[in-house]
Design a binder for this molecule. Sequence first.
Ligand SMILES: C[S@@+](CC[C@H](N)C(=O)[O-])C[C@H]1O[C@@H](n2cnc3c(N)ncnc32)[C@H](O)[C@@H]1O
Ligand code: SF4
Length: 394
Amino acid sequence: MMRTNKNDAPRKALGLYLHIPFCIRKCNYCDFLSFSGIPQDEQKAYFRSLLHEMKVYHEIYSNKYYVDSIFIGGGTPSLADEGLIRELLTAVRDDFTVAPDVEISIETNPKTLTKNKLNTYMEAGINRLSIGAQSFDDELLSTLGRAHSTADFFMNYSLARECGFRNINIDLMFAIPGQTMKTWIDTLEKAIGLEPEHISFYSLQLEEGTPFFSMSEEGSLKMVEDELDRDMYHGGVKLLKNTGYQHYEISNAAKEGYSCRHNLKYWSMEDYLGLGLGAHSFMDGIRFSNGTDLKGYGNIGHVDAFPTRDSFMQWEHRNTEEESISEYLFTGLRKIRGIDLADFSKRFGADLESVYGETLDKHLRSGLIQIESGRLRFTKKGIDLSNTVLADFV
Ligand SMILES: C[S@@+](CC[C@H](N)C(=O)[O-])C[C@H]1O[C@@H](n2cnc3c(N)ncnc32)[C@H](O)[C@@H]1O
Ligand code: SF4
């Protein structure tokens, strides 16, 4: 692989995010940018625009970067025709230099996976599968408005193993209305019993604009008390650690060597390029984002034979030094090992103490953060109050 460009300048590593905004139906809690009931021809048009967008960024970045992680996220990418996913990955390889050991993840939903689909993914080079189980309690799945049952998940998981996937993540949620500590731990134990390489465990968040939000406002949905939410979190972390998983990010644990390379880029403020509806990017200190109009996005590839960057991008913003510093903390402290103080100084030309002296002292004294072996991180108590602490650093 070419790690240098034609001028012999070193290329930088790049994470590529590809957004696929289709779902079987919208879950009651979800505010991710995705739509249900999108017909095949519109999905095709969407992928055509995605290929156009890739060409646009190929012109700008392909000589400066090599891609070492690709994340096909959603929505439910596994709902799309597998041929379209294969085409997309072929285009990435045509348009960018791709590292031989690239990590390629795809988000999938139980019930959408077939042998043919999984084999196509494998042939296309996808080497990490993420399956959204959420819970192994059918009643809770129905509360969440999920389109699958526990049995659907188990069938798809075994099929994925049979087809040769050796790096699988299971997404779980806890603090689901009606969930008890026992049902949560039972779900987590079942997940661990399957020996996936990676487990994500999210505390259910109430998001504005979702059915759960309205139900909670009306009083017909009772969210889990904070104390139980925290007990579920710490109980989950303990179980994961006791069963050989490394807790490496607030909501993520993995067997040794299986942390998600792509997501670690977000938490380490490394460059990533997001393509597709509403996708965000962070390149060379500049954040930019696409628009969120699905029809408009799908039309780009149709009406515009030579789209430019402006055809896709809605806004861009060059970070000020202060913004970059607070983002570095905000994202970096999500990692359980926290941030490297030497890296901070190298990046920003000043040490953390000189930038945040008083705030730092205050939270060190209150025991919410700690400095150990040259790294700053949250304590166990600090993780529970992370939003309050981070607000002080912004
Ligand atoms: C981008 S979603 C897509 C994954 C896939 N479509 C699915 O639902 O299985 C990634 C994960 O975010 C989590 N998630 C989505 N909405 C959430 C919310 N409101 N609170 C907590 N976790 C959430 C779910 O665990 C979900 O699997
Ligand atoms: S949680 Fe997943 S399947 Fe449900 S609406 Fe959100 S993206 Fe779609």
